[in-house]
Design a protein around this ligand. Structure first.
Ligand code: AMP
Ligand code: GLY
Length: 427
């Protein structure tokens, strides 16, 4: 099969790497790709926000299956565009991707199908939202309903913060534009967070594994939120017992609900949960693999990732039989540019990738480019250093040994990835 991987981050590099290892893949192309992906297949420039342009490329290149990495093309309807042209793309339709594209929609689905989540109300005008806040003191969570590049959820520990957040979204500033013109205000949930990745074909599903991301920029969860500074999988907080509860109370009702709504879910459903004292509750759904979680979730799959995505797109997951549980653990350390997630410099020359890979890691590109024949930094999150191991400790040791080898001016990374998981395993 000729495969097109759409996207340009570490997640898409990981997808391309997994696909390139499949005996079913005869040719791989990427759009727009990155310098790491360019080592695996030819890269084509494309605007990922433009479903027609992506489908045009797939048609011109006679692609058998496109795998869509980011949420923007999915929410914009790239899968619908492919299907309308008789082309194949792995991912949810726009109607199903609304589980991520509209928090108001996803909360309504959860309510209708009794999926445990934080209590909430939806608002489109400032006065009603303010009145609600006056009656519901902090801590409380204010969320822009639409896509906001991971920045749309504000956990407010004071009433002043909550009022400021709704002013910014529903007031004149409208900092999230259309995405913030509908706001969900929800109950603050306490607990440990984890993510669960589910590959769905509209009827059946396969759970890949659980994982835990590290969103804050500094050690011990200090500093501002980022796109993710590292992750490990599986997450020990997700015990077999908890996973059974997540299946019965969250995954199955969600998938049945979406089918009943006439929006059967195909693609990856990313379920973000909070493990509360009252059991697991949904924090959010995403319509895609996580970044950086994808980079560790795919290597743990004990099978052919392309075969799985291909079967899911065809509605044939049941034909694959029962998947084996993941063997061992995996970890990723994100190498970032000084200043991230605020402003940072680009164009710093990178060295040490071969030395890192000699330690047994994969160095996945997230924000790099080639300039005058040299690999240079081109983003806040520059690389993800990935390792697998028999245990979480082994995976972390190898990943950190590799991370120490990659050099560029201003490189920094968290030194405590996996700490919560190790503490739980020690108990
Ligand atoms: P979201 O964009 O919905 O994933 O939210 C981003 C982050 O905000 C989550 O990963 C949580 O850490 C936090 N968060 C979101 N909703 C809640 C909630 N209801 N209670 C506590 N924390 C939350
Ligand atoms: N790592 C968080 C996300 O992909 O949304």
């Amino acid at each position: 099969m000729k495969i097109l991987v759409v996207g340009s981050g570490g997640r898409e590099h990981a997808i391309a790497l997994a696909v390139s290892k499949s005996p079913k893949c005869s040719e791989l192309i990427c759009a727009p790709g990155n310098p790491g992906m360019a080592n695996l297949g030819k890269c084509f420039p494309v605007d990922v926000a433009d479903p027609k342009a992506i489908a045009d490329l797939a048609q011109a290149e006679h692609v058998d299956l496109a795998i869509i990495g980011p949420e923007i093309p999915l929410v914009a309807g790239v899968v619908d565009e492919f299907r309308a042209r008789g082309l194949r793309a792995f991912g949810p339709t726009a109607g199903a991707a609304a589980l991520e594209g509209s928090k108001a929609f996803s909360k309504d689905i959860m309510k209708k199908y009794n999926v445990p989540t934080a209590a909430y109300e939806t608002f489109t005008d400032l006065a009603s939202a303010k009145k609600f806040l006056a009656e519901h003191p902090a801590p409380i969570v204010v969320k822009a309903s639409g896509l906001a590049a991971g920045k749309g959820a504000v956990v407010c520990m004071t009433d002043a913060e909550a009022n400021e957040a709704i002013e910014e979204m529903l007031g004149e500033k409208a900092i999230f534009g259309e995405s913030g013109k509908t706001v969900v205000i929800e109950e603050f949930m306490e607990g440990e967070e984890a993510s669960i990745f589910v590959v769905c074909d509209g009827k059946d599903y396969v759970i890949l594994t659980s994982a835990q991301d590290h969103k804050r920029v500094f050690d011990d969860d200090k500093g501002p939120n980022t796109g993710g500074m590292g992750a490990y999988a599986p997450a020990p907080v997700v015990t077999d017992e908890l996973l059974a509860e997540v299946k019965a109370k969250i995954i199955e009702p969600t998938l049945k609900g979406m089918a009943a709504e006439g929006k059967p879910y195909t693609g990856v459903l990313y379920v973000g949960i909070m493990v509360t004292s009252k059991g697991p509750k949904v924090v959010e759904y995403n319509c895609r693999l996580g970044d950086p979680e994808c980079q560790i979730v795919l290597p743990l799959y004990d099978g052919d990732v392309l075969e799985l995505f291909d079967a899911a797109e065809k509605g044939e997951i049941a034909k694959l039989g029962t998947p084996k549980p993941p063997k061992g653990s995996a970890a990723i350390i994100v190498l970032a540019s000084a200043g991230y997630p605020g402003s940072y410099e680009k164009g710093k020359v990178v060295t040490g990738i071969d030395a890192a890979e000699a330690k047994g890691v994969s160095v996945l590109h997230a924000g790099t480019k080639m300039a005058d024949g040299k690999l240079v930094t081109n983003g806040g999150r520059v690389f993800g250093v990935v390792a697998s191991g028999a245990t979480l400790q082994d995976a972390l040791d190898t990943a950190y040994a590799g991370a120490a080898e990659v050099k560029f001016d201003g490189v920094f990374y968290r030194k405590d990835i996996g700490k919560k998981g190790l503490a739980r395993l020690a108990k």
